[in-house]
Design a protein around this ligand. Structure first.
Ligand code: PEP
Ligand code: MN
Length: 276
């Protein structure tokens, strides 16, 4: 028996389709596009970004209110104020939001605002957090640890499933290798492997997966062609001024072009990018 019994396709041959908000699903024929800035930097900027990504074809908003930064001196997010801005953007646009929860102590607060809880790459093996998000009734976007094998990633999902929450969306976001040109090495083979091994939906993050804006659209196209159930992309109105991850952020115009291309790729592989 597989150690990740609940996550395995043997146990559950059909694809799991997860419902998000009133009208979105992930894991079925319809692809999910999540977009927004890396971090919520301020109210005006975020509310405008939300309108722009919606106009460009996003189905759901992203944005960090709690940011795991490598340096303790970097911008770490607006915390509750950021959550409030996310909620306001969701109300304005009608799009659900996903945001990262970094610590089990912040989970009750984040749950009051988020439609989907994000567990970040650095926390993929925070088993206390995994068990706690597993006790909620919110879908969980589980990013792959940057040094995690596919087995470790599926076992992290298993923690959430075993705690009672069956709504796990996996996210490939690149792993650390000897290569330094790209920020991470995106592992599209892992998307194919996870689809074989598990019934859970899997999306791709070409922003963190490459660290370079110029590479985001080509990798997004490849991800959809390889069978990913969606993408999560960083978009900023003024990437050079972004407080985090500007180098990998698309402008709203580039984002909207990318979505037009993805529609064609989706169709070629029997999927659909819904427009609302
Ligand atoms: C993010 O999506 O904001 C993020 C911090 O990504 P990761 O956990 O994959 O580094
Ligand atoms: Mn980021």
């Amino acid at each position: 028996m597989k150690t990740y019994r609940l996550a395995s396709r043997e146990e559950h041959p059909d694809d799991t389709i997860i419902k998000i908000g009133e009208r979105l699903t992930v894991g079925g024929r319809e692809l999910l596009v999540i977009a927004g800035p890396c971090a919520v930097e301020g109210r005006e900027l975020y509310l405008e970004a939300a309108e722009l990504v919606k106009a460009g074809g996003a189905h759901m908003l992203r944005g960090g209110a709690y940011k795991p930064r490598t340096s303790p001196y970097s911008f770490a997010g607006l915390a509750q104020e950021g959550l409030e801005i996310l909620r306001e953007a969701s109300r304005n646009t009608g799009l659900p939001i996903v945001t990262e929860v970094m610590d089990a102590r912040e989970l009750p607060l984040v749950c009051q605002y988020a439609d989907v809880l994000q567990v970040g790459s650095r926390n993929m093996q925070n088993y206390t957090l995994l068990k706690e998000v597993g006790k909620t009734n919110k879908p969980v976007l589980l990013k792959r640890g940057f040094a995690a094998t596919i087995l470790e990633w599926l076992l992290a999902a298993e923690y959430i499933l075993a705690a009672g929450n069956s709504q796990v969306i996996l996210c490939e976001r690149g792993i650390r290798t000897f290569e330094t040109y790209t920020r991470n090495t995106i592992d599209l083979g892992a998307v194919v492997a996870v689809k074989e091994l598990s019934h859970l939906p899997v999306i791709v993050d070409p922003s963190h997966g490459t660290g370079r804006a110029s590479m985001v659209a080509p990798i997004a196209r490849a991800a959809i062609a390889a069978g990913a159930d969606g993408i999560v992309v960083e978009v900023h109105q003024n990437p050079t001024e972004a407080l985090s991850d500007g180098f990998q952020s698309l402008t709203p115009t580039c984002f909207s072009h990318m979505i037009d291309e993805l529609r064609l790729v989706a169709e070629a592989v029997g999927r659909v990018l819904p427009t609302y």
